[in-house]
Design a protein around this ligand. Structure first.
Ligand code: FES
Ligand code: MG
Length: 573
């Protein structure tokens, strides 16, 4: 069936007691020699769980993937991995992205596997699976979950996340009642599939496709569309061929592939989380990608996907009907390296060559972008020496150049307690600051960065405010939120030194973020800074606390980085 010796042959083909054990245990499950002999063994890494609505269809889809694997002459094996449901996992799925990455890598390493189909889509599952697959470097194809259908409220469209925040603010302002609020609850998520705004899920699956890790066009197909089923079985067929061709992630993931992913992310008006995950994935693949690559791309590439929250109206379902990612990439071709390859074995350019845009308002022409502002801006200054990010296209333009007095909260709990106090000393010019929410401090860098607007201001009609934190923000969030301030406050970053009343100045045009406080004063504040303690004393969290890197480094564990540890041939530590 295949000319190269298969990795799995080390388990199944040996005439010794181990080989006997492996074969007899397959037979225990009802398999015959014909089921596995000489066939590529395909792991289907399934991030399904009973509490992950975004992957609820994976139980059915795995059968479609298996059908494809069998048709192509492979031997499919389902290997379940941690599901990381964005909505339910506390304190944040980001605490566990690297756990999924480790699990994926070790599942593939420890079992008799020749290639893998990775089933993910809900936010962290995409980078988690891909990080592990890069490090293990067996042939792998990513099968995206697909976005859920549009939400519906009395005939009006509802978008994941974005409309939850919007209606929540209206409820707090007292403009909608219980009945309408309950209708939002029942209508906002009405099919399986991941969030259908341009949140982290839609961003990351598009990135996976642009990197070349999905079948062409796969990432835009709605989860509930029959095309999704066909894509699943096609992924199963293709992975068997990939094993025969020995097409591995490191052969696909050149630096140019990551540059393509960054360009596509910008054109999509991506979630800010893309920065962290892309840096981590690129570094695993051996490429030194950093914040400056995003800043450079954001200045060149216009936002042309008119999908909320950067866009004003449409959702992923509309994006698919308008032609999907292949059509967007065709428009974007001047910004893409055409000769990167994909899991199809062909070039990226071939995958989008004939893709048409059917609705110009959803996928805009390059000269009519969604916003004159870029998808993302990377700011530096005395408040963020290692950088921070914001999404100018989703912010009130008045706040893109702004100076105002800081109102500082030391934790999310403190903020929650104080933010709606009717006597809060706050105006539309106030700069809200929250710290202690970074990778170490959060812990796990939760998506708290869209700090709530004080009730007092909501009632006055204020709907945006300059907000700064070392947290992340959901890709479905919006507003003038400065995020990922690095280094974070918990490890002594300058964010820890800000006091209420300090004037903070943000100038997005010049990419600056500074506090107007003298260096002498900052030095004396630093000397008085109390020591912080790790957030965990045992278990996975203990390991996390010791090894998590900062946001601008991609929040990988130091020991998982490619190149960590002694060089080949040197003794292990
Ligand atoms: Fe799963 Fe948003 S909750 S993608
Ligand atoms: Mg999210």
């Amino acid at each position: 069936m295949t000319k190269r010796p298969l990795r799995s042959a080390r388990w199944f083909d040996t005439d010794d007691l181990r080989g006997f054990g492996h074969r007899s245990r397959l037979m225990q499950m009802g398999y015959s020699l014909d089921d596995w002999n000489g066939r590529p063994v395909i792991a289907i890494v399934n991030t399904w769980s009973d509490i992950n609505p975004c992957h609820a269809h994976f139980r059915a889809r795995i059968e479609d993937v298996k059908r494809g694997v069998l048709q192509a002459g492979g031997f499919p094996l389902e290997l379940p991995a941690i599901s990381l449901s964005e909505n339910f996992v506390k304190p944040t799925t980001m605490l566990y992205r690297n756990l999924l990455a480790m699990e994926t890598e070790e599942l593939l390493r420890s079992h008799p596997i020749d290639g893998a189909v990775l089933m993910g889509g809900c936010d962290k599952t995409t980078p988690g699976l891909i990080l592990g697959a890069i490090s293990m470097d067996l042939p792998a194809i990513f099968m995206p979950a697909g976005p859920m259908l549009r939400g519906n409220l009395r005939g009006e469209v509802l978008g994941s996340g974005s409309d939850a925040w919007k209606y929540w603010d209206e409820r707090r302002a007292g403009t909608i009642g219980d009945e309408e609020w309950q209708a939002v609850e029942a209508g906002i998520a009405r099919s399986y599939g991941h969030c259908m705004t341009m949140g982290t899920a839609s961003t990351m699956t598009a990135i996976a496709e642009a990197m070349g890790l999905t079948l062409p066009g796969a990432s835009s197909i709605p989860a509930a569309d029959a095309n999704h089923i066909r894509m699943a079985s096609e992924s199963g067929r293709r992975i068997v061929e990939m094993v025969n061709e020995d097409l591995r992630p490191t052969a696909i993931l050149s630096r140019n592939a990551f540059e393509n992913a960054i360009a596509v992310a910008m054109a999509m008006g991506c979630s800010t989380n893309a920065v962290i995950h892309l840096i981590a994935m690129a570094r695993r693949a051996g490429h030194d990608v950093g914040l400056d690559d995003f800043e450079a791309a954001s200045r060149r590439v216009p936002v042309i996907a008119n999908v909320r929250p950067s866009g004003d109206h449409y959702l992923m379902e509309d994006f698919y009907y308008a032609g999907g990612l292949r059509a967007l990439m065709n428009r974007l071709r001047g910004f893409l390296h055409a000769d990167t390859i994909t899991v199809s074995g062909r070039s990226l350019a071939e995958s989008y060559a004939n893709a048409e845009v059917f609705k110009d308002d959803v996928i805009r022409p390059l000269d009519n972008p969604v916003s004159s502002e870029p998808a993302m801006a990377v700011l530096y200054g005395n408040l963020a020496p290692d950088g921070c990010v914001m999404k100018p296209s989703a912010a009130d333009p008045r706040l893109l150049k702004h100076a105002g007095p800081a109102l500082v909260f030391d934790s999310y709990a403190e903020l929650k307690q104080g933010i709606d106090d009717p006597d809060l000393d706050v105006t539309a010019d106030t700069v809200l600051v929250m710290r202690g929410a970074g990778p170490q401090g959060g812990p796990g860098m939760p998506e708290w960065g869209m700090l709530p607007i004080p009730k007092k201001l909501l009632k006055m009609g204020v709907r945006d405010l300059l907000r700064i934190s070392d947290a992340r923000m959901s890709g479905t969030s919006y507003g003038a939120c400065v995020l990922h301030v690095s280094p974070e406050a918990h490890v002594g970053g300058p964010l820890a030194l800000v006091k209420t009343g300090d004037v903070i100045e943000v100038d997005v045009a010049s990419r600056r973020i500074d506090m107007r406080v003298s260096q002498d004063e900052l030095d004396s504040r630093r000397a008085a800074l109390p020591a912080t303690q790790p957030r965990f004393g045992r278990g996975y969290g203990w390991m996390f606390s010791r090894h998590i890197m900062q946001a601008h480094e991609g929040c990988d564990f130091d020991f998982l980085q490619t190149g960590f540890g002694p060089a080949p041939g040197e003794p292990a530590i």
